[in-house]
Ligand binder design. Structure first.
Ligand code: CMP
Length: 133
């Protein structure tokens, strides 16, 4: 079933100058890119985006990091796009991500893990609306 998901190239990957390599991988994987833009979130916007994590100990650090520099957001479409994109990203912790995944290749730490992806159809809908209305 074709579905949509939201992908983010995080500030660490933008600073590392690997936007191009990540987008190349997205295209090579067969996703259709329906939307793409570079934005910088305010701290408030990052807090809203990650509101589901507001009670987690890493919330302040994560939202400061996500608003620390430009990010690239992409609206992706494809067969089982949510699962497919999560497979391409790899495990949240780059140290645990399998070789060949984006987080293994470009991530630095649990927080600075290069890319984000929606984790369910419900969050995909909310996250897509957040960036593409
Ligand atoms: P992401 O897919 O963007 O969704 C939430 C983010 O929180 C996650 O990637 C990680 O970057 C970050 N995160 C998850 N767990 C931790 C943790 N234990 N410490 C710091 N950051 C975390």
């Amino acid at each position: 079933m074709s579905e949509k998901t939201l992908a983010i190239i995080k500030p660490d990957a933008v600073k590392k100058r690997v936007i191009g390599r990540i987008i190349q991988r997205i295209e090579d994987e067969g996703f259709n890119i329906l939307g793409l833009k570079m934005v910088q979130l305010s701290l408030e916007e990052a807090k809203t985006f990650y509101a589901v994590h507001k009670d987690k100990p890493f919330y302040d650090s994560l939202t400061e990091f996500m608003s620390s520099g430009p990010i690239v957001v992409l609206l992706l479409e494809g067969e089982e796009a949510i699962k497919h994109w999560r497979e391409v990203m790899g495990a949240t912790n780059p140290a645990e991500a399998r070789p060949g995944t984006l987080r293994r290749e470009f991530g630095f730490s649990l927080e600075r893990n290069a890319v984000h992806g929606s984790d369910s159809p419900q969050t995909a809908e909310v996250e897509i609306k957040f960036f593409f209305n």
